[in-house]
Design a protein around this ligand. Structure first.
Ligand code: C2E
Ligand code: MG
Ligand code: MG
Ligand code: MG
Length: 273
């Protein structure tokens, strides 16, 4: 069946595939092949200053251009990557792509904002992370790591905190992603002292004027002010979101209503504008 379906991806999406070692093996191998055949790429979603509207950042979001299945979103393969222990390799791959791009832009005299990269728990805890970043990061790079509060910041160890401190010393910005979705958000915020918190999309989805959601966001923005960190609101996918958010004190906005994640050529066109 594997050979008939062609190289790659069949086993992720075939609901008839029984769960078992051979399916898992197939999934792992398909991802390893995808990495070695350069089938992964990044889409880019700009982030805009809430006041002023200029592009102040961009998030790199991994995609798999699967020859058999077309363009795959992270939810279609990252869970399998996690079971297969491959998220550190995917994240390292994305990091390499992003710093290579920034080097190109730098050489070409194209101005670019900091690029935010999502960092999985496995990548964060990998022994290679600090050495990799130290070896590759140059002064012209501007990188932010997005750490998921829910994934691993619940109960921060001293080791993890040291690691975050070391990353910052190398010039990496730290954002807490999906902030407010876990049960220890405030503890994580106070322990990590990130540059910014990114409010979880679940707090934004039902956002309308006079809603409770708006009060929650207002509270989070006050917490961000008190703690002296920036606040990014993402998942703004409707124009009433934008209207509602304008009544709040936020720093950075990201969402479909502003710009959808776009392939590299479209993003480069935007940078050149
Ligand atoms: P995230 O880091 O919270 O990324 C934001 C997700 O929300 C992206 O989905 C983005 O396309 C989507 N989004 C942006 N604006 C809107 C909006 O207005 N409305 C709605 N409904 N959605 C919006 P995407 O690209 O499918 O990524 C999903 C998740 O996959 C990310 O959530 C992140 O946790 C993970 N991910 C993406 N790229 C990577 C990566 O390179 N490494 C790792 N470890 N995880 C990644
Ligand atoms: Mg993110
Ligand atoms: Mg997020
Ligand atoms: Mg998320």
């Amino acid at each position: 069946a594997a050979k008939q379906a062609g190289r790659g991806c069949y086993c992720f999406f075939d609901s008839m595939t029984p769960i078992g070692t051979s399916a898992e093996y197939g999934a792992r191998q398909a991802l390893i092949d995808a990495l070695s055949h350069d089938e992964l790429c990044c889409y880019f979603q700009p982030q805009y200053a809430a006041r002023g509207g200029q592009m102040v950042g961009v998030e790199a979001l991994v995609r798999w251009e699967c020859p058999d299945r077309g363009l795959l979103l992270p939810h279609m393969f990252m869970p399998q990557a996690e079971s297969a222990g491959l998220t550190d390799r995917i994240d390292a791959y994305v990091f390499e792509q992003v710093i290579a791009l920034q080097s190109q832009w730098f050489t070409q005299g194209i101005e670019y904002p900091p690029v935010a990269i999502n960092v999985s728990r496995q990548r964060f805890e990998s022994d290679e992370l600090l050495d990799h970043v130290r070896a590759r990061l140059k002064p012209h790079h501007a990188i932010v790591f997005e750490l998921l509060e829910t994934a691993f910041l619940d109960n921060l160890s001293d080791d993890q905190l040291d690691r975050i401190t070391a990353l910052r010393a190398l010039g990496i910005g730290i954002d807490l992603d999906d902030f407010g979705s876990g049960h220890s958000s405030i503890a994580a915020l106070q322990a990590v002292r990130p540059d910014r918190i990114k409010v979880d999309q679940s707090l934004v989805a039902p956002l309308t004027f006079r809603s409770d959601q708006l009060k929650t966001l207002q509270l989070l923005s006050q917490i961000a002010r008190l703690e002296g960190v920036g606040i990014v609101v993402e998942g703004l996918d409707a124009s009433d979101h934008l209207t509602a958010i304008n009544t709040l004190d936020c720093d950075v906005l990201q969402g479909f209503a502003l710009k959808r994640p776009m392939p590299l050529d479209a993003f480069e066109a935007l940078l050149r504008d």
